[in-house]
Design a protein around this ligand. Sequence first.
Ligand code: 1CP
Length: 363
Amino acid sequence: MAVKPGTAPKGRLLQPFAGQSLATPPIWLMRQAGRYLPEYRAVRAKAGGFLDLVYNPALAADVTLQPIRRYGFDAAILFSDILVVPDALGQPLRFAEGEGPLLEPIGDVKNLSRLRASATRPKFQLVAETVQRLRQDLPSETALIGFCGAPWTVATYMVEGKGSKDQAAARLWAYRDRDGFQKLIDLLVEVSIDYLTCQVEAGADVLQIFDTWAGSLPDDEFDRWVVEPTKAIVAAMKEKHPDVPIVGFPRGAGGAALWYVTETGVDGLGCDTAMPPYMMGEAFDGELRTFGPTGKEKIVIQGNLDPLLLVVGGPAMEERVTEILDLMAGKPFIFNLGHGIVPQTPPENVARLVELVRAWKAG
Ligand code: 1CP
């Protein structure tokens, strides 16, 4: 059914944000479009490079829809990448086969003058076009999730020039020249707000902020580079679009996740694989009530099956899925993984997972 922007009937994914816990929680999975699907590999081969796919609205919309056609998830997530932001700013990105993302590293504050917020328009426009197409082609009950990388995580790639195991280059810069690094973060806050606004205005229903490397910082730095920039993005988005829920995914935040929630004002917390389900359930609920005046006594919890259990499948996966569902019964909850689907995941295990979650009822 064709749906005009802004007129989409609100699907199951949005109900937990309205404070409703469903008998059967909604489900979508991080990286639900990707290399584990043969139909993705076919379109990817046709497109050429990964970025040729991202910047081709017809193909990007098509791969976004692939997991919806196959599994009927409650949400589609825009097919794009968090590194579109540096690319659009003028730090060219490429994906070398089998190597992940490569950018020319930004060594210090002097290089920032090469980046221009005003240069982002043409590439953001292509992403907006993908969102508009999706708004038309998605089933009316399927929510559309837009996203960006959090400034800290995006900065780690911009400074290192690639993925790294400890994000050392960005951490060192932040310690050596706090004011210079702050300039990069401020630029990313500004451009991320723009990028998310573009997606919402084109038809995204929910937003997620991916902070994959939030866990590499000690508490004072976490506050400075994870909490503060995210808070600024959430505040700006709430001012423009108060009805669009925002999920934060501060991967690896551990005990600081509660601080993150109360300070940033996100509506939902994406929990990573290591977050104990008892914290997601009882502890968060109780503590949020004790900490009080966030106006968010209930936040939506999203998570957190280990993606490797989805590779293994069978009783090991099924037991853990039931455990998570039982613990989260009666709470505003969205079933997801604790991180993205990995390429070696058998597609039939994903089908089984969806079947299990859909068959489960709060007892
Ligand atoms: O070869 C291929 O086809 C590319 C693999 C791939 C895919 C499918 C990349 C390269 N990006 C994506 C899509 C993507 N990336 C989405 C689309 C929507 C979906 O979830 O289905 C999203 C939300 C992302 C977000 C993303 N990109 C993050 C944050 C979430 C996370 O997984 O931690 C990060 C860190 C990236 C950077 C990135 N892009 C691609 C790769 C391989 C990486 C990771 C690099 C590294 O190892 O550090």
